[in-house]
Design a protein around this ligand. Structure first.
Ligand code: NI
Ligand code: MN
Length: 228
């Protein structure tokens, strides 16, 4: 599995010959100004919830690539009504076998209004299981006991992508506990530094995970890493 960071909570994952893109928010992110959204590959676009900083570029990338938007029912239908042809609605606790592997839509504690103010359903995260490895993309969320269901109901995780920026989501200490809950020792940080409210000290964050025997990766925007 190859993970490419596009800033904020946006990641591309190349797995089983498919390109999965999570929560595209690039043009509105000053830190990601060197990323050209017209070069980002996507076969599937996963949207964790309706907030602008997770869905802003989803429509344009879906229209250019023909990617399918995978999200909760309300968001998938909202995208379809705007003109996205391929979409796959899910809801909490449900899973589906895609060509690249199995995806489960899991609980997140957050909110989910759409950029136009319409109802965006409830926010969620995704557990993706493939022949090349498994990962959890939590989306924006608080630390929640529901995370303990993931190791009980899904395969062992190779990596967990968790928000660490605090204020709108979990902060670092809660994210360390979240990684315990999902039984994963390799973490990629999301949702930090983009805005004033969520600026973090990188070394302190890495140290907090390291003191629990875990590795926190904070990728440079545009960087690609291979994980298995
Ligand atoms: Ni949000
Ligand atoms: Mn957010």
């Amino acid at each position: 599995m190859k993970f490419t960071y596009y800033g904020h909570s946006c990641f591309g994952v190349n797995v089983a010959g498919k390109n999965l893109l999570f929560d595209p928010f690039i043009r509105g992110n000053e830190l990601a100004k060197d990323i050209d959204i017209n070069t980002i590959p996507a076969d599937y676009i996963f949207v964790s919830h309706g907030h602008e900083d997770h869905i802003a570029d989803a429509f344009d990338i879906a229209m250019r690539t023909g990617a399918a938007v995978v999200s909760n029912y309300e968001i998938a239908i909202w995208c379809h009504k705007k003109g996205v042809l391929k979409y796959h609605p899910m809801n909490h606790g449900g899973q589906w076998n895609f060509k690249f592997g199995k995806v489960k839509y899991v609980c997140a504690v957050h909110t989910s209004s759409m950029p136009d103010g319409s109802y965006g359903g409830n926010p969620g995260g995704f557990v993706v299981e493939t022949a090349e490895g498994n990962f959890y993309y939590s989306g924006d969320t608080a630390l929640t006991m529901d995370m303990q269901l993931i190791p009980l109901t899904c395969g062992p995780l190779n990596v967990a992508l968790l928000p660490i920026g605090d204020n709108f989501t979990m902060g670092i200490s809660d994210a360390v506990l979240a990684s315990d809950f999902v039984k994963c020792d390799k973490i990629i940080g999301l949702h930090y530094d983009t805005f004033g409210y969520i600026k973090i000290n990188h070394e302190e964050a890495k140290q907090k995970f390291a003191s629990r025997g875990k590795e926190l990766r904070l990728l440079t925007i545009g960087e690609t890493i291979e994980l298995s």
